[in-house]
Design a protein around this ligand. Structure first.
Ligand code: XUL
Length: 575
């Protein structure tokens, strides 16, 4: 049996706790998971959470996660993993969720008995048994207060990387304090889901991670420090010493690979870990996803799931209220740019299902792909200045831009910069919708990333600024037409690739972070170390051309058209 080192990465997400063990050469040897609904006992949850619908609250029982941590380790054991091989552990947690520890937490974490479970022994370690979840929408009032506190939402975004959002931890802490004043007072420390996970393995409360701390609306990204005024808003007092203590404020390591300490003796005795196994900061699930490959600045990941997420590593810090900026999880001086849409795959499915059935294919996407890839770009049969068909398709309320659910179809004349609502004489629905929805989703990404992308280098230096590579992940990456249109609209001078790391990108990113944290040479960056060991051919496949001269340029005016359409729709919304 091998005694080569193993590195563990965990992903504590909404519905599951996943674990993956990789070797120094990044080979995954074990992958296990606990599904909360299916595997956890004693919680009346649905899809990992509980609801208080009248108040818009969504939350998860912390005890369930404790049960899942013991459960997932047991599954590693059942798979025959030798815990003694593990040298480093890191993790990922769904962003923004908070955990409220009681004054008994330190003692309880420090004196765990290996013959009883985490769940039994940490029952008194929390001032509140639940963690508000990223799907929570109960904090409108608190978000309004955050958005005006520094002037307006733009100021808040400039300072913290994002405007106020329901799920962000600052507004959540403010609401928690006002709804449960006694519990807030009894709270000794507050963790994020990520730092909660690290705390359990460490056997003491771990600091926040340098990237995930940016999901709180409290951290001044440029200064690398808490913002006093925002802290006092959350704390309800100009004396911020108590909230700082609760946040463990003095201590947010800048290095995402900082050694936090060795594993808690509980895990050594119960599972056979080496006492030398080292714990490193756990980060958020989105930052961890960009660590599942050696993503270079100017490469973009587009996650095409139920919703759409766009992730990019960038040296530029240019936040605005429609986007999210965070510190890069491993590389000081780099940032992570993120767009989170509510409408994605579901919106495309609506259109797919409205298309007339095809005699040629039984694949539900066959007809959609065929129509989308053979329709003329922007429905423009002729030259550049002929009218363009551009639509917005939001079966669910959208956040980028912030509008109610609806469908809007427009004819845009690029030479006149004029818009006209489409009708049945100018827009053939649903057929024209198939290409238009994919185009409009990518146009929105191009609009919001255009100030961040750089001109290509080397022999391609004459090309316009665009991402180097587009990596598609998630269900939509399997549609050939979607990949083709992604390249046409977004460019990508090296091409459009499918990143196939299974369902485990976040946990894998966390495991790679553990490898880098332990094995890096002085000053060796994550991208250098992982890039040198990554076997691209195993995980990545080129699925479409990226930049195509002429077509990319054609979509330039369409970006302006989309921007105008969004303004028009927002204007109508405000009336
Ligand atoms: C990001 C966000 C979600 C959660 C859960 O801002 O809220 O992506 O991180 O995945």
């Amino acid at each position: 049996m091998s005694d080569s080192p193993l590195y563990l990465g965990f992903d504590l997400s909404t519905q599951q706790l996943k674990g993956i063990a990789v070797t120094s050469s990044l080979k995954a040897e074990y992958e296990v998971k606990i599904d909360f609904d299916a595997d956890c006992k004693g919680f009346n949850i649905n899809k990992g959470v509980l609801l208080n619908e009248p108040e818009g609250e969504v939350f998860a029982p912390v005890a369930m996660w404790l049960q899942a941590i013991d459960g997932v380790l047991q599954r590693f054991k059942d798979e025959g993993m030798d815990f003694g091989r593990v040298r480093g552990i890191s993790g990922a947690g769904m962003q923004h969720g908070s955990v409220y520890w009681s004054t008994k937490a330190d003692r309880a974490l420090d004196s765990l008995n290996p013959s009883s479970s985490l769940e039994n022994q940490l029952a008194d370690a929390f001032a509140h048994p639940y963690s508000p979840n990223w799907q929570d929408a109960s904090t409108q009032e608190q978000c309004d207060a955050f958005d005006v506190h520094l002037g307006d939402a733009t100021q808040l975004a400039l300072l913290t990387g994002s405007k106020a959002h329901h799920r962000f931890t600052g507004p959540q802490i403010l609401r928690f304090r006002t709804k449960y004043p006694a519990k807030y007072q009894a709270t000794s420390r507050i963790s994020l889901v990520s730092s909660f996970l690290a705390s359990i393995f460490l056997g003491k409360i771990a600091p926040f991670d340098i990237s995930d701390v940016c999901g709180m609306n409290l951290w001044d990204i440029k200064s690398g420090a808490w913002n006093e005024r925002l802290l006092s808003l959350a704390a309800g007092s100009t004396d911020t010493s108590d909230i700082k203590h609760k946040l463990g404020a003095a201590d947010v390591p800048e290095d995402g690979g900082e050694y936090l300490g060795n594993i808690s003796p509980y895990f050594v005795q119960r599972y056979g870990f080496s006492p030398a196994a080292a714990i490193f900061p756990s980060t958020g699930d989105n930052p961890s996803t960009i660590l599942a490959l050696p993503l270079r600045p100017n490469d973009a990941i587009v996650s095409l799931g139920t919703s759409t997420t766009f992730l990019m590593s960038t040296p530029y810090y240019k936040p605005n209220p429609a986007v999210h900026f965070m510190n890069h999880p491993t590389t000081p001086g780099l940032y992570m740019f993120m767009l989170c849409y509510k409408n994605g795959g579901l919106a495309r499915e609506h259109i797919r299902d409205s298309l007339p059935p095809s005699a040629n294919t039984t694949n539900p996407w066959g007809q959609f792909d065929q129509i989308a890839s053979t329709s003329a770009p922007l429905g423009q049969p002729s030259g550049l200045s002929s009218p363009m068909k551009i639509g917005l398709f939001f079966p669910r309320p959208e956040i980028v831009p912030n509008v109610h659910a609806g469908t809007w179809r427009f004819i845009y004349k690029p030479n006149l910069r004029s818009l006209m609502a489409a009708d049945e004489t100018t827009w053939n629905s649903p057929e024209d919708d198939a290409r238009a929805i994919v185009e409009s989703q990518f146009l929105s990404l191009r609009l919001r990333s255009r100030d961040l992308v750089e001109p290509p280098t080397g022999p391609n230096a004459h090309l316009p600024p665009q991402p180097r590579r587009i990596y598609l992940v998630g269900g939509g990456s399997r549609n050939a037409a979607i990949a083709k249109i992604a390249g046409q609209v977004l460019g990508g001078w090296e091409g459009v690739y499918r990143l196939d790391v299974g369902e485990n990108a976040c946990a894998l990113g966390a495991a790679y972070k553990a490898v880098w944290s332990v094995e890096r040479k002085e000053k060796q960056s994550f991208e250098e170390l992982i890039g040198g060991r990554w076997r691209e051919e195993e995980f990545v496949e080129k699925i479409a051309d990226g930049y195509q001269e002429g077509i990319f340029e054609k979509y330039g005016p369409a970006v302006e058209g989309l921007e105008l359409i969004e303004k028009e729709v927002l204007k109508a919304e405000k009336k």
